[in-house]
Write a protein of this length. Structure first.
Length: 529
């Protein structure tokens, strides 16, 4: 048996003896012997840690068991103990194989998972370990591409640009996949710095070296912006279909937004041919873009299962498709579902009034009675208060506060929201359509890999109170209402993630000089102890 495997056997408990006896019979090269030794060391340490993490009620009294906080503390302590064991295994392996850059990068990647955790109470400990690991990596392997790529990908914005730009001259001898990662990381860094042209150029280079790169959509956006939409369509068609349906759905949505009418439908067909099941919402969007409104309506009507978890964006698409198809029953169904799930009527007033004009009988269905009541109350208010001038009344901006220390992810998302909000406000001027402002917002967040297709604002003028908006316009795709001087809006580009949501908003008036914000407050996420 080679010395590396023998050393592991003498040091790690919990691995079966039969495994070592089998390895004894193998003829191994020194490199293979060393690799198996490292692998067994890590697996053995994980096995030991797992044995320690199991629930141990013997150390807890009955009163402690009745206090969930104490039980949670025990589990967290066991988790930290397991982390320390595996980290020690990495340190031991690195001492034995100091020239193994992949092992060094793997150690930093392991630590990073805990350092960036939003749940761990000891993330600060892991953060300190991570900084030490990166410092060692830079000191021992500064000239190795894998180390350089890891250190680049762990930086953000200007710091990433400063570190990554010099690597471009050295990367000519790198492997294609390494060059793709370099250009992808720089693309993200330039996007964070609001340098859209350079971000797009780097995204295009990333896709050149790796057609499956996750910078495909930003590369498409860049090509469309420089009037090379046909090239963007070819780039999409040449890219391999990803294995995950949600990744392909992102591409189809981008194609529907950016490319010629049939591009999204063609991509949908490619996905289906590859065996991916694309959700009805995304497929309907592609068909609608291609002009097949009837097909989109039939698809949404046939697949009712997704309605159980239907988001506001999905309901809006279902409503829009039904209106386009003239399917008044489908319109009424969508409105009825919206009222039942949200419990609100005010924001649906415009759509309900449109249905009432199209088909009064469908509009008077029993499940739409809350909308009837709202319409009557709103009409009565207007009739009974003809001489009352209702000044714009709304909150001037959403408070941006988090209790406790915000995570790096939260801070990043908040910065993206602020960047998108500032871009929208900069684009405001008389003559601009509502959908153009929504497109500005979407371009910004998609550069950061974030999707939000729902509206980002509504009017706040004479129609408030009693409603959230005047029901005359909406800052969303498809709304061609043209901004006029004197209009007031509330731009509220919220981003909702799995466990929390972040909002930074502004109310503004449209003036000849652009947007005039009604508040003066920093657009940052503030932490409150």
């Amino acid at each position: 048996m080679c010395q590396s495997v023998h050393a592991v056997r003498s040091r790690v408990r919990g691995l079966p003896l039969r495994l070592f006896e089998g390895l004894r019979r193998l003829r191994m090269t020194p490199a293979l012997c060393r690799g198996i030794g490292v692998m067994l060391l890590l697996v053995g340490s994980l096995a030991s840690a797992q044995n320690d993490v199991g629930p141990e009620p013997a150390g807890l009294s009955l009163d402690e068991l009745k206090a969930p906080e104490r039980s949670v503390e025990v589990v967290r302590n066991a988790e930290q103990s397991g982390y320390a064991r595996v980290l020690a295994a990495y340190e031991q392996a690195r001492r034995e194989h100091a020239d193994d850059v992949m092992l060094a990068v793997a150690q930093c990647g392991f630590i990073q998972r805990f350092a960036w955790s939003e749940e761990s109470t000891w993330a600060d400990v892991a953060s300190t370990d991570l900084e030490a690991c990166k410092a060692t990596l830079e000191r021992q392997h500064a000239s190795r591409p894998e180390a350089q790529l890891y250190l680049l990908e762990s930086r953000y914005g200007k710091a990433a640009v400063a570190y990554g730009e010099p690597l471009l001259a050295r990367a000519s001898t790198w492997a294609p996949e390494q060059r793709a990662r370099l250009h992808a990381a720089l693309s993200r860094a330039y996007a964070a710095n609001k340098d859209e042209p350079r971000s797009g150029e780097q995204a295009l280079l990333a896709v050149k070296f790796d057609p499956a790169s996750d910078r495909l959509v930003p590369a498409m956006r860049y090509l469309v912006k420089v009037k090379r939409a046909d090239e963007a369509a070819k780039l999409l068609g040449a890219a391999p279909v990803p294995k995950l349906a949600w990744q392909e759905s992102t591409r189809i949505k981008a194609a529907a937004e950016l490319l010629p009418a049939n591009a999204a439908r063609d991509e949908l067909e490619r996905a289906r041919a590859a065996g991916l099941k694309i959700d009805a919402h995304t497929a309907a969007r592609a068909l609608r873009r291609a002009g097949d409104v009837a097909g989109a309506q039939a698809l949404l009507a046939a697949d009712s299962a997704f309605r159980a978890n239907e988001t506001g964006e999905m309901r809006q698409l279902r409503l829009d498709v039904a209106f386009d198809a003239g399917a008044t029953k489908a319109v009424a169904d969508a409105l009825g579902d919206w009222v039942r799930k949200s419990g609100t009527s005010e924001s649906l007033g415009y759509a309900y009034a449109r249905l009432l004009r199209m088909d009064p009988l469908e509009a008077l269905r029993m499940d739409l009675m809350p909308l009837v009541g709202w319409l009557l109350a709103f009409t009565a208010m207007l009739v009974l208060s003809p001489a009352v001038l209702l000044f714009p009344a709304h909150y001037r901006g959403t408070v941006r506060v988090r209790l406790g220390k915000p995570s790096e992810r939260m801070q990043h998302v908040a910065a993206v929201i602020a960047e998108g909000l500032e871009a929208v406000l900069a684009a405001v001027k008389p003559g601009v359509a509502c959908e153009e402002l929504a497109a500005v917002w979407k371009r910004v967040i998609q550069r950061h890999g974030i999707e939000k297709d729902s509206r980002i604002g509504y009017p706040v003028g004479i129609g408030y109170p009693p409603t959230w908006g005047e029901l005359t316009a909406s800052l969303r795709a498809g709304d061609r209402t043209v901004l006029e001087e004197g209009m007031t809006f509330h731009c509220i580009p919220a981003i909702w993630l799995d466990r929390y949501g972040l909002v930074i908003s502004e109310s503004f008036a449209v003036t000849a000089r652009g947007a005039e914000c009604l508040a003066d407050y920093p657009r940052v996420l503030q932490a409150k102890a």
